[in-house]
Design a protein around this ligand. Structure first.
Ligand SMILES: Cc1cc2nc3c(=O)[nH]c(=O)nc-3n(C[C@H](O)[C@H](O)[C@H](O)COP(=O)(O)O)c2cc1C
Ligand code: SF4
Ligand code: SF4
Length: 308
């Protein structure tokens, strides 16, 4: 075994590997830790697990070895993970059945009408504790969240985004539209002409009449942002989990897609709203107590499913 610290993949947590440690007195050589370690930091040598800090990708701190070990013989420390983060899984009897989960999922709607009631911080903490369980491209999570906690501040954020939208509209003229046909993919040009420009125009015009068509006067906005080392979908996956958690505690939510394009290009806005310059916002989510409940669900299906 080589001396520590060994190597790893650089992320927002830095370039230091996590440190797995094996208690060989407890170990029964079942081999599970070596099987789950796809960084190949733990290998079975003559049936016994050994740590090779310089092998494979190096320890990324995913914790899989610590969590799979039936004897509690492995600890992993560093890079945002500590032994005390592991816990006993809930008993099967208290886990959601498929039916219970399905009923929750079909009950969720994108909510854009809210009661005039702020969201308590405890509710956000609950939602984020659930959302932080989301899978991520490269653990530990490199996703950050900005919680904008009042209607007034949400209105202010909407105003800042509308300022960016107005700049975009300068390019909405016959010359630029003609150029777009040559320089953009056909579907991108179609989306620009048929969706983005009309939507941005409607949002900015509504704002001049004190109507918020971007965040719908929600009392809270969560911005999910991630480091450049994270997978670009990490924040959006976390946001999806957050929406499901919100539904479970009786709150309404909706993803708001265009915000990320507007913020990510504006250093000034990133600074003002606390997003690290190197990070990018992947998704915004509005949140609030729904003004009313939907009476019915809807059967949906994927555009296509093929079994090969
Ligand atoms: C990636 C993504 C971006 C979205 N962006 C917006 C948005 O900017 N504004 C909005 O009102 N709804 C937005 N939505 C919500 C969708 O319009 C909504 O999911 C869709 O209408 C289906 O409704 P449901 O969620 O109630 O099933 C977005 C949804 C997704 C998945
Ligand atoms: S999972 Fe635990 S018991 Fe099994 S080989 Fe690894 S350290 Fe030993
Ligand atoms: S934490 Fe993950 S990468 Fe590190 S040794 Fe354990 S399984 Fe391998």
């Amino acid at each position: 075994m080589k001396d520590r610290p060994g190597k790893t993949i650089k992320t927002g947590f830095g370039d230091k590997p996590a440190r797995p440690s094996i208690d060989h007195y407890r170990c029964t050589s079942c081999g599970l830790c070596a099987r789950v370690c796809k960084s190949f930091t733990i290998l079975a040598v003559n049936g016994s697990p050994e740590i090779f800090p310089d092998n494979g990708l190096g320890c990324i701190g995913c914790g899989q070895c610590m969590l799979v070990c039936p004897r509690g013989a492995i600890t992993v420390s560093g890079r945002g993970i500590e032994p005390e983060h592991s816990f006993r899984l809930p008993k099967k009897s208290v886990r959601a059945s498929f039916g219970a989960l399905y009923n929750l999922l079909v009950s969720r709607r994108s909510v854009r009408e809210f009661r005039d009631r702020p969201i308590e911080k405890a509710m956000i903490e609950k939602i984020l504790s659930a959302a932080s369980t989301a899978p991520m491209g490269l653990p530990p999570s490199d996703v950050g969240v900005i919680a904008v906690m009042s209607k007034e501040r949400v209105w202010e954020l909407a105003g800042d985004i509308c300022g960016v939208f107005k700049k975009w509209l300068i390019f909405d003229n016959p010359v630029m539209r003609a150029l777009a046909v040559f320089f953009m993919k056909k579907t991108d040009a179609e989306m620009m002409e048929g969706f983005i420009i009309p939507a941005v125009r409607a949002i900015t015009e509504a704002r001049s009449e004190n109507t918020d068509l971007l965040f719908y006067h929600a009392p809270c906005v969560l911005l999910f942002h991630q480091s450049p080392y994270a997978d670009p979908v990490d924040g959006s996956i976390a946001c999806t989990y957050a929406m499901t958690a919100a539904e479970a505690i009786g709150l309404g939510s909706c993803m708001i897609g265009t915000v990320s394009f507007a913020i990510n290009r504006e250093k000034r806005l990133k600074k003002k709203w606390g997003i690290p310059q190197e990070n990018s916002v992947s998704m915004a989510m509005i949140l609030g107590y729904p003004a009313f409940r939907y009476s019915r669900g809807i059967h949906r299906s994927f555009a296509s499913v093929r079994y090969l």
